[in-house]
Structures are given as structure tokens and as C-alpha cells.
Write a protein that binds this ligand. Structure first.
Ligand SMILES: [Zn+2]
Length: 335
């Protein structure tokens, strides 16, 4: 197995220092453009620009909707003697605003269709992004055993999270489908887990793997952050990691951070990160089988410390704990 190593020192340095790297060329007809994100959690997402053999352009993950990001994309296109009107397709790996936000503005300027995996497209407008999200979470906090005085805080998070509604897709993609980009061999690779219909994109001729938020170099993907499904996000995610691991000779072009090689090693590390947490839940349940979700979460190790978790971080901690417990109930595998 190849060890993991960055393939762009500029992106690597930016990622380490919390700055935003300049746009850069990845291959003859592929560019990476860092798009700024508000909030300070992560400084940027990565937009990828592909130039097809007819000299038209295709965008993967246009980024957060802002004037600065619009200008950044326009500037790169201008430097290539083109404009947003030359964009022929927009593909989003998933429905989060830091990946799909700018899609609507780009679609209006270009007439290009926005495409997503069919599951992800269906998730847009599902109850989790409507006001019912708060009601659903109200029921959830009860079953999780959250003390009454902490419930409002969590329900409010769900209410706020449901404010962003991703733009509707014009086209849907299925697993394995080849995208219509002349001169490229780009195929959809379904990798659920982070969201239910998350897509990676694999370019076979250039050996590139666009991983969105499925596989990142500097952090591990959060899970179950899209529409709820009947399946377990961790089980889905582990399956998706196996899928991308098959392309060990590909360069990874992720949704944040820096491009790198060593997909197999990184996928194994991400699987281990999540399974370690599952094993922690196993240990708590072995000791106290009747624990509520709240009681389990309180006994797990959290980077920030359990007592410091509030608002979104508390909600996320409880949701992750519930996911691990559900995973253990479903899987007969020993961890
Ligand atoms: Zn995401």
C-alpha cells in the first residue's frame, strides 16, 4: 500500500496554516479552485473545473454562494479565455451548502444543468430540510433520554439547519453512469454515509478520484448529515470506503484540504476512526446495558469534553452515538 502524501504543497501549506490557496492546475484540462467558506470551521472548499475536448467547461462542487466565490470562479474562467456562459454542466457530490450553494447562480448564468445522484436529488425537499425537522427532532430527544432542560437547545439546532434548501437538480445520476464530458472518462461512484446520496467521481483515463466529503486528508467525514434513511450511515460509509479503496493508483481530489495519494491508507484510517467509537459504545453497553443514548454519550471521550458540548455539537454527539448504537444492533460482526 502506498503511504498517504500530499500532491500539492500549496494546498497542503494553506490547509495547515488556515489560509486559502490560489487556484492551481491539476492536469492539462483540470483545475482546482479554493472557494471561501463562512464560519471559520474550515476556510475553504475545493471547486474543480474540467475543460472538455470541445473547449467547454464543467464544474464539480461550485462552493458556497457568495460574491467572492463567484468572482473567483469567473477570474479563473477569464484567465482561460472563457466565461461562466461556457459552462456545460454542474455536478455536486452532495447537497451541503459549501458544495452546492453557488450552483443556482452558475446555472442561471450558463444554462448548464445541475446534476446529483438520484438519492441526493430526492433528499432535497425531504422532511429533514423543512420545518418538520424540528418536530422530528423533538421526538428524537425524548427517545434519546435527553434531560428536559437540554431539549430546547437541540431542537433549535435542527430548526436552524433546515433553513438552507439546496437548489433542485435538473438531472439525476445513477451509480456507474458515465458523465457527458467529451474527452473525459468520468463516472459516478455512489458513496453514501456522509449524506445518503453522496457521490464520488472517478476519472479513469487521468486516474483521478473526486471524493467530495467522503474522504478528506485532514479530518474524517461526519456521518448521517443528509436526509435520514432506513440504512445505517456508518454501514453505508464503510461500504463506500471499500469502493474507493479499489483505486489505489488514483490521485484524490477532495472537497476540502489538499489533494493527495494513498487513498487505500486514508480510507482504512477513516474506517478505524469510526469503528473505534463503535467499540467505545460496546464497552459502555457491556457495563450498563440499559443506558439511554444520553447516558452512553456522556461516557464517551469527546475532544472538547462532554460537558463543553452545546448546541450543534451536542446534537451531533447524540446523533453519532445513536448511529453507532444502531450499527451495533444491526451488525453481527465483532469489532
Ligand atoms: Zn458535506
Amino acid at each position: 500500500m502506498h503511504p498517504m502524501h500530499p500532491t500539492s504543497s500549496a494546498q497542503f501549506e494553506a490547509s495547515r496554516s488556515g489560509t486559502v490557496p490560489a487556484p492551481e492546475q491539476v492536469r492539462d484540462d483540470v483545475w482546482a479552485v479554493a472557494q471561501r467558506m463562512p464560519g471559520g470551521h474550515l476556510p475553504y472548499s475545493l471547486l474543480y473545473l474540467l475543460r472538455d475536448s470541445d473547449r467547454a467547461f464543467h464544474v464539480i462542487d461550485p462552493g458556497w454562494d457568495s460574491d467572492a466565490n463567484w468572482d473567483a470562479l469567473t477570474a479563473v474562467l477569464t484567465s482561460l479565455d472563457a466565461s461562466p456562459a461556457d459552462v456545460r454542466s454542474i455536478t455536486a457530490t452532495h447537497l451541503h451548502p459549501d458544495h452546492i450553494g453557488l450552483a443556482d447562480r452558475l446555472r442561471r448564468a450558463s444554462g448548464a444543468p445541475l446534476q446529483l445522484h438520484e438519492t441526493e436529488a430526492a433528499a432535497i425537499g425531504s422532511p429533514f430540510v423543512t420545518p418538520q425537522a424540528a418536530e422530528a427532532v423533538e421526538r428524537l430527544v425524548e427517545t434519546w433520554g435527553v434531560p428536559i432542560e437540554r431539549r430546547r437547545e437541540i431542537v433549535r439546532v435542527a430548526d436552524q439547519a433546515s433553513r438552507f434548501v439546496a437548489p433542485r437538480a435538473d438531472r439525476t445520476l445513477v451509480d456507474g453512469e458515465r458523465l457527458d464530458i467529451p474527452g473525459f472518462d468520468l463516472r459516478a461512484l455512489l458513496t453514501p454515509g456522509h449524506t445518503s446520496g453522496h457521490l464520488c467521481l472517478r476519472e479513469g483515463a487521468r486516474r483521478l478520484l473526486f471524493t467530495g466529503d467522503h474522504l478528506l486528508p485532514m479530518m474524517h467525514a461526519g456521518l448521517g448529515l443528509g436526509a435520514p434513511t432506513a440504512s445505517n450511515p456508518l454501514a453505508d460509509y464503510l461500504w463506500g470506503l471499500q469502493r474507493v479503496s479499489a483505486f489505489s493508483d488514483h490521485e484524490v481530489l477532495p472537497g476540502h484540504g489538499y489533494r493527495f495519494r494513498g487513498v487505500t491508507v486514508r480510507a482504512a484510517a477513516s474506517a478505524e476512526h469510526h469503528l473505534r467509537r463503535s467499540r467505545e459504545v460496546v464497552a459502555v453497553l457491556a457495563d450498563a446495558p440499559d443506558s439511554s443514548n444520553w447516558e452512553i454519550a456522556a461516557r464517551l471521550t469527546w475532544t472538547a469534553g462532554w460537558h463543553n458540548l452545546t448546541n450543534f455539537f451536542l446534537y451531533s454527539a447524540l446523533a453519532q452515538t445513536a448511529m453507532h448504537r444502531n450499527y451495533l444492533e444491526r451488525t453481527a460482526e465483532r469489532l
